[in-house]
Design a protein around this ligand. Sequence first.
Ligand code: 5GP
Length: 180
Amino acid sequence: METHEHTAFVRPLFSRETIRKRVAEIGASISADFREITEENPLCLVVVLKGAFIFAADLVRYIRVPCTIDFLSASSYGKEMISSGDVTIRHALSVQSRHVLLIEDIVDTGLTIQRISALLSAQSPASLGICTLLDKPSERKHPIRIAYSGFTVPDRFIVGYGIDHAEHFRQLPFIGILDS
Ligand code: 5GP
């Protein structure tokens, strides 16, 4: 039995083992869908920091086609539990003619991933797909197409497995709802 600081405030939703199995399934789907990918133009995984870092680290080990890994940072939340509506994106990526797969932690209103997609689309990638660990469809305001989704979650504040509240809880090995 593992113990973690603050765990008393977090109601578990998905266990470490449930997450592991789902991440393996997503990795298998990506590997099948991109089986034609070549060493010359490998799949370009773009991880949205910070929340997706643990998901991406696990997922990449289930991807069986040639790939590269890059990171960009996007923040729409400060220390608040509601989105500010402003998205700050930092990146130094060059994705022209690449097959890009964005790896995100949570798609909520869709604003963040829509802004990132628009930014990268402007560089004319060969393709651009979205893979998210969690989807909150009830909150969607900006319609987007998600190619791979781990779990659908209710409109509650989620933490764990890389996902934080004011930089806390990222190290939890499970995903849960933060009691407020
Ligand atoms: P969107 O732009 O789709 O509204 O929000 C996406 C971003 O908001 C996610 O990448 C994530 O960083 C943050 N976010 C949305 N819902 C939650 C949540 O329940 N918990 C945490 N910690 N962050 C969230």
